[in-house]
Design a protein around this ligand. Structure first.
Ligand SMILES: Nc1nc2c(ncn2[C@@H]2O[C@H](COP(=O)(O)OP(=O)(O)OP(=O)(O)O)[C@@H](O)[C@H]2O)c(=O)[nH]1
Ligand SMILES: [Mg+2]
Length: 700
């Protein structure tokens, strides 16, 4: 019989909680060198000896007084959920500050392991840590780890199992006598209620109440003991605040904890502070008041150059592999529906999207480096003044940049914004940040229509252009709907860290797998649907007429032309052709034919579908020898003005269904949901139309 141990992993942001779980298991939790990477609790299962260990990775929190939605997730879990052992992770580099939170956790009086992570960095600075003394002083087991170097992490499990099998030992933090007296007095009142009979729990609640924790206050609000507790509490606030000469009892407790933590660090950590750390030296350059912003823009520009240039090498290879495989299978397999679905429907569609995988990986690698090195927080700091001009706050930078990767986690990352107005504005404009799935469409169009210019520059302009439009919309929203200033923001500057190649590789591998899986399932199925809708109904008289004409023709080229004409006519008269023509009036002013219109609408499900649908539709129109690839076919069939209009539509209109679903989950108000569903499409159409008309006037 194996027994289960439930473990909560808790600590301040960016201390390495997720990294520790990754080191312990084969979990692939997202890590990054800035605060607020994890915004949703995640469960991981481990098996050791006879134990099933269920670990919950929680978002980082600074204190038990929760503010932001993601901090609330962690706090609710800690206070309300049932778990056997708490693992508190702290960063050895900022020990005393982290220990302040540990004190709050110890108030809960639960089985706790203290994990001091990042000891590798302390060692590099020539420091030593005396964990045995901390153990003695706090009365709980202490483990030193380096998640990065995979050191000490197994010891955490050993301690968890040991704690699980032993009785809870005394590990109270004792406050000043005057405070202790009040805690005991209040706890006694609370114990009169049948809910709070336990000694430990009543003590914890009493401390939280004296700490002015509003959630706990609300919790006792409807209980019979409330009046008595409330009166006692009011008196305590007044008395303590005058006895300690402080504004608030929160400050009194904070001072107490800070003093204990500081002493703990002084007694146990031996380290010489350097004059100017490497991080500071790099910062003199990277967050320079004048050069900082241009340097950031240069990095982004370089990223898009690389995305295009590096991504293009394998692209042609992948493209031709799919084309050759299709034409081989088309001849090899017996003629029939299966053959056609595969070689005209699925393979061209999947190939059309898979060939952009290298571009996407380069983009993700760049974004990942931004996260791993710690530059993200710097860039946020640099952009703060700029973003403020547009009614956004500096912290919004993190979700905005994540949006270049994928809009879904970006919506969730917006949870770190404390102010609901700041958060909703950020979420409403997040879609303007072109995600990785839109990259293939851009690369396709840029390759087809801007081959003579620098295509990397074009990509950069598209992404920056989208972002800039988002800022303008944010400004309008702030002026019209949300009067007021964005809140000032605080974001911690982590030290620069050399990215872990393992984490980078892991992340790219996950992205590749997910992408290929999506291409092989969702995209393939969508392509089949598109194929069937565009192959039926078959107009038999048309086919017979054309076949007769083809028989009579001798010239090979003329035969080919007739065949293509037939295919085009059949396609136009198919179900999808009918649908395309039905929606085309909406897109006709933008110069789209029905195929582009269908692709744009299909792209509402997922942006990859735009390219794959174009792949199928153009493959079915029949290929002439000169235009085998999709790029060439686009150039042949799409007008330049329409291509630009298409780029604008893709840049702005609604993101995929998954992203919209996430928005609906995160934003409960129907008014916002409806606004969000409609306005980007209207803006996209109007802008695309304006640009199309302007280009027409300019003679394109
Ligand atoms: N040098 C060193 N770096 C580490 C260690 N553990 C984690 N890191 C790095 O510290 C950063 C933060 O790690 P995460 O695991 O994302 O931290 P977290 O506590 O989950 O952060 P939040 O989710 O924001 O609360 C990452 O860049 C890690 O690579 C360690 O032991 N040594
Ligand atoms: Mg995390």
């Amino acid at each position: 019989m194996s027994s289960e141990i439930k473990v909560a992993i808790v600590g301040q942001p960016n201390v390495g909680k997720s990294s520790i779980i990754n080191a312990l298991s084969n979990a692939k939790l997202h890590v990054g060198n800035f605060s607020g990477v994890t915004v949703e609790k995640k469960e991981i299962y481990l098996k050791r000896d006879d134990y099933d260990i269920r670990m919950t990775d929680l978002p980082g929190i600074y204190a038990l007084n929760a503010y932001t939605p993601e901090e609330q997730v962690a706090k609710d879990f800690l206070v309300d959920e049932d778990y056997d052992v708490m693992v508190n992770v702290v960063d050895a580099n900022t020990l005393s500050r982290n220990l302040i939170f540990t004190m709050q956790l110890l108030d809960m009086h639960r089985k706790t392991v203290l994990v001091i992570n990042m000891v590798d960095e302390i060692e590099k600075k020539g420091g030593t840590l005396d964990e045995k003394s901390i153990e003695k002083l706090l009365g709980i087991p202490v483990v030193l780890t380096s998640a990065k170097e995979n050191r000490g992490v197994e010891e955490i499990i050993t301690q968890i199992i040991k704690l699980h099998n032993s009785v809870l030992s005394k590990n109270k933090i004792y406050y000043n006598e005057k405070v202790e007296q009040r805690i005991e007095e209040l706890a006694k009142i609370l114990r009169k209620s049948p809910h709070f009979k336990s000694e430990d729990y009543s003590r914890f609640l009493a401390i939280r109440l004296i700490d002015r924790d509003e959630n706990i206050y609300k919790m006792i609000h409807d209980l019979p003991i409330f009046i008595e507790a409330h009166n006692a509490l009011e008196k305590m606030y007044k008395d303590l605040e005058s006895e300690f000469d402080e504004e608030s009892t929160t400050d009194i407790l904070a001072n107490e904890r800070a003093a204990i933590s500081y002493n703990l660090q002084m007694e146990t950590l031996d380290i010489k502070e350097e004059n100017e750390s490497l991080s500071e030296k790099i910062d003199n350059f990277l967050i320079h008041p004048i050069f900082g912003l241009p340097i950031f823009l240069f990095f982004m520009w370089a990223l898009f150059q690389l995305t295009f240039v590096l991504g293009n090498y394998p692209m042609n290879l992948i493209d031709s592999i799919f084309i050759e495989t299709s034409s081989f299978l088309a001849d090899f397999l017996p003629k029939g529906i299966f053959n056609s679905v595969l070689t005209e429907g699925v393979l061209p569609a999947v190939g059309a999207i898979v060939m952009f995988l290298p571009n996407i990986l380069v983009l993700f690698l760049g974004l990942n480096l931004l996260e791993q090195t710690g530059y993200m927080s710097r860039a946020a700091y640099l952009m703060d003044g700029f973003l403020k001009k547009f009614g956004l706050q500096g912290k919004a930078f993190v979700p905005l940049v994540s949006g270049f990767g994928c809009t879904v986690p970006a919506y969730m990352a917006a949870r770190t914004l404390k102010n609901p107005k700041d958060r909703i504005i950020t979420m409403l404009v997040l879609g303007f940040m072109s995600c990785g799935a839109r990259l293939p469409i851009y690369v396709l169009l840029v390759s087809a229509f801007f081959a003579n210019q620098n295509p990397g520059n074009m990509l950069f302009y598209i992404y920056i252009g989208g972002a800039f439009l988002g800022l303008i919309v944010a400004k309008i929203l702030r002026t019209v709907l949300f009067k007021g200033e964005p809140e000032p923001f605080v974001m911690e500057m982590p030290p620069y860290r050399f990215p872990s190649f393992k984490a980078l590789g892991m992340d790219l591998w996950i992205k590749t797998r997910m992408f290929l899986k999506k291409a092989g399932t969702f995209i393939a199925i969508a392509a089949m649907v598109i194929w069937f809708l565009s192959s039926y109904p078959v107009n038999n008289t048309l086919v017979q007429n054309y076949n007769a004409k083809i028989e009579q023709t001798v010239d090979i080229n003329k035969k080919m032309n007739l065949k293509n004409e037939l295919n085009a006519k059949l396609l136009e008269n198919s179900y999808l052709g009918d649908f395309g023509k039905f929606i085309q009036p909406v897109f006709a002013p933008l110069g789209f034919d029905w195929r582009l219109s269908v692709a744009v609408v299909a792209g509402l499900s997922a942006k990859e579908v735009v390219v794959s649908t174009l792949g199928t539709l153009y493959a079915m129109s029949g290929a002439t020898e000169t235009s085998k690839g999709l790029v060439a076919k686009m150039r042949q069939n799409v007008d330049f003005k329409a291509a630009i209009a298409l780029i604008i539509i893709i840049m702005i209109y609604s993101p995929c269904l998954a992203a919209m679903g996430t928005f609906y989950t995160e934003v409960p108000q129907w008014a916002w949901r409806i606004f969000y569903t409609i306005y980007p499409n209207v803006v996209a159409w109007l802008l695309a139309y304006g640009v199309y008309k302007t280009l027409a006037l300019m003679g394109y």
